[in-house]
Design a protein around this ligand. Structure first.
Ligand SMILES: Cc1ncc(COP(=O)(O)O)c(C=O)c1O
Length: 421
């Protein structure tokens, strides 16, 4: 076998093997955005925004959709729609992107963290009920990395306790459970259209719900100026965060939406190939897809079995970093994403929020003494310690490139004893 690239051997994936970064943008997309620009109708509620709202609602299979300027904005609107108020508590997973929990703070409410299920990386329904109090108003589940959370179980718990189920679908456009798409899996859902997402719209977001009451309430945040009976009304009677979507993002999103299913299928094919091949390597755990779930692989993440740490007498983060370094040197780009649990991040450890202890000290809260540092979240910690992303797994990159990636893994695995002994 060739020497490892870190020891001066040839790279398993040569530099001249073409790999194309996401997102895929075509001449049709350029024409769609140019046409929107030329129309000179670039106010909020312009034609592409209105059309996208209808198309996305229909795609998800729900009644209502509102375009926003980001996934974070859509999440915040969902909380307003859910009737979450000052000092209320909202269940969120201990591992996700910051916005999945910061949206709760934006609404002057208190995030309560629950561990994830390690197999799926999504909120562990078994651990939710222990965290529900009489201040709990909602549960935010995240369809992390493109896999829907266990909405059957989460909705059951939400129903039993009279809570609103909020879906953070920002990474899971087009994913599904038993054919029912994200966006329709909870009471209300939020999507991001950031350029990295499966449905890229440069920046932007979409809120969807089948519940008219939630929809109407959510819209209190969207404008500094309200529309009452079709007319702009200036004297303010709500915060008005100005979360409106812009027309150029809507034009791009509509153009990309035509290809969402086809590109998600290609992602799935690529990832299933990687999982079949990499899953043969000792100590590699490919993504789990529960029966009936359709994964759309926003990210392709593999886990390393902690048995590797035991075998080599080293902590798992060290093993992971060593393997990632060797793979990157072989021309197999690997990355990590959010590098710590949400409750370990400064805003929570220092209870920074709005400052002066808000919202945790809000007089409408339970009066509990919040201390996020005192609790362990073993599955979320394991995700941080043992997993990493493989890049360029998405289309238009296909089999030729992925086979080279597999060869890179096989080569590094052939040297694990040398690397760690
Ligand atoms: C899970 C999750 N939630 C929320 C967001 C926030 O979306 P945006 O960046 O559009 O505000 C993101 C974006 O990366 C995300 O990955």
């Amino acid at each position: 076998m060739d020497k490892l690239a870190i020891d001066g051997g040839p790279k398993a994936v040569p530099d001249d093997l073409v790999r194309v970064p996401w997102p895929l943008i075509t001449e049709d997309d350029v024409s769609a955005v140019s046409a929107a620009l030329r129309s000179n109708q670039i106010w909020g509620n312009a034609p592409n925004v209105v059309a996208l709202e209808r198309e996305w609602a229909d795609y998800c299979g729900v009644e209502h959709c509102r375009g926003t300027n980001g996934g974070t904005a859509a999440l915040h609107m969902a909380l307003a729609g859910a009737g979450v108020g000052p000092g209320d508590e909202v269940i969120v997973p201990a591992y996700s992107f910051h916005s999945s929990a910061s949206c709760v703070l934006h609404h002057n409410a208190i995030p309560v963290f629950v561990d994830i299920d390690f197999a799926t990386y999504t909120l562990d329904p078994k651990k939710i009920e222990g965290k529900i109090t009489d201040k709990t108003k909602a549960i935010i589940g995240v369809d992390l990395f493109g896999l829907p959370a266990d909405w059957v179980a989460i909705n059951k718990i939400a129903g039993k306790h009279g809570l609103v189920a909020i879906e953070d679908g920002c990474q899971a456009h087009g994913a599904a459970i038993a054919g029912k798409k994200t966006g329709a899996l909870a009471d209300v859902a939020a999507f991001s259209l950031n350029g990295s997402k499966n449905l890229p719209g440069a920046e932007g977001g979409l809120l969807v719900t089948g519940n008219k009451g939630i929809f109407d309430n959510s819209r209190i945040l969207e404008m500094a100026v309200q529309i009452v009976e079709g007319k702009r009304v200036y004297p303010a009677y709500s915060f008005g965060w100005n979360y409106r979507m812009n027309e150029l993002s809507a034009a791009l999103t509509r153009s990309r939406l035509k290809h969402l299913d086809e590109l998600n299928d290609a992602r799935r094919r690529n990832c299933e190939f990687l999982s079949a091949e990499l899953g043969r390597l000792d100590g590699v755990i490919p993504p789990t897809v529960p029966a009936g779930h359709t994964h759309v692989y926003h990210m392709y993440k593999i886990a390393l079995d902690p048995a590797l740490g035991e075998r080599y007498g080293a902590p798992m983060p060290e093993i992971k970093n060593g393997i990632m370094f060797a793979l990157n040197s072989e021309g197999v780009p690997t990355t990590t994403w959010v590098t710590d649990l949400l409750p370990r991040q400064g805003i929570y450890t220092a209870l920074r929020g709005y400052g002066d202890g808000c919202p945790w000290t809000c007089p409408y809260g339970s009066g509990a003494k919040w201390d996020y540092t005192s609790e362990a979240y073993p599955s979320a910690q394991r995700l941080v310690d043992t997993t990493f992303n493989v890049e360029y797994f998405y289309p238009p990159n296909e089999r030729g490139y992925l086979e080279a990636v597999v060869r890179g893994f096989q080569k590094v695995w052939g040297y694990l004893d040398v690397l760690f002994s």
